[in-house]
Design a protein around this ligand. Structure first.
Ligand code: AP5
Length: 220
């Protein structure tokens, strides 16, 4: 039965970094709501422009805006065998929406992998993050710098800093995480769907921990 993997964790936990690799490894799509919204903002759609105002400040976009976007994305044929959700759900209302949707389309219970990192390392990770404008590859000027400053190692694309990776927006994002997203840990723990993952140390070691949990769960 197709199943959704949910990568949970605070801003900067490494959800995007890990989801890109694990999705490739498992041969399923990586669905990042942040990436979808940023793409809409780049294209200047009405959704994108409204979302950008919220995102740049570090605030969540409304549940009734993001949930139908995820439903549409998960209903595409490439998600038939499963997908990794990165950045969704982020509120209890979104989690309930997802539960109802997965039941409707005949998916199993999601497996939720909660990536844990200390707050002080999160701030350094976020302020140092740079992303390739072309392929989305993620770097860090302190911990994982590109070989040539400002240029992607993979395709030579320009590396950019996200508008919400400044101290003020990071503070608001962390507050939104504590207020709206932390309750999901209890929500999924009660369903016995949550597994904790140590998100510190070498990224390859973290990928290994995630994949071994997925395999233990009989996902593959
Ligand atoms: P989103 O894009 O989802 O941002 P986020 O949750 O704040 O998470 P990040 O992307 O900042 O962190 P990450 O965990 O992916 O870390 P990464 O792998 O990049 O959302 C942005 C905004 O969109 C929200 O604020 C909201 O406005 C809106 N939005 C999105 N979804 C929404 C929803 N469902 N509801 C409402 N609003 C929504 O890593 C970070 C850095 O650390 C990188 O530089 C990386 O190289 C480095 N790094 C990663 N792993 C390691 C490691 N092991 N050691 C050292 N450095 C590492």
């Amino acid at each position: 039965m197709a199943q959704i993997l949910i990568f949970l964790g605070p801003p900067g936990a490494g959800k995007g970094t890990q989801a890109r690799v694990v999705a490739r490894e498992l041969g399923i799509p990586h669905v990042s709501t942040g990436d979808i919204l940023r793409e809409a903002a780049r294209k200047k759609t009405s959704l994108g422009l409204a979302a950008k105002a919220k995102m740049d400040k570090g605030e969540l976009v409304p549940d009734d805006v993001i949930s139908p976007i995820v439903e549409e994305r998960l209903s595409r044929p490439d998600c038939r065998e499963g997908a990794i959700l990165d950045g969704f759900p982020r509120t209890i209302a979104q989690a309930k929406f997802l539960d109802a949707m997965l039941e409707r389309v005949g998916f199993g219970e999601p497996l939720v992998l909660n990536i844990q990192v200390a707050t002080d390392s999160v701030i350094k990770r976020l302020t140092g993050r740079r992303t390739c404008q072309a392929c989305g590859e993620i770097y860090n000027v302190y911990m994982n710098p590109p070989r040539h400053g400002g240029i992607c190692d993979k395709d030579g694309g320009r590396l950019v800093q996200r508008a919400d990776d400044n101290e003020e927006a990071i503070r608001i994002r962390l507050k939104a995480y504590e207020q709206d997203t932390l309750p999901l840990i209890d929500y999924y723990q009660r369903k016995n769907a949550l597994r904790q993952v140590d998100g510190s140390g070498d990224p390859e070691a973290i990928t290994g921990r995630l994949l071994s949990l997925v395999k233990t769960h009989d996902y593959l």
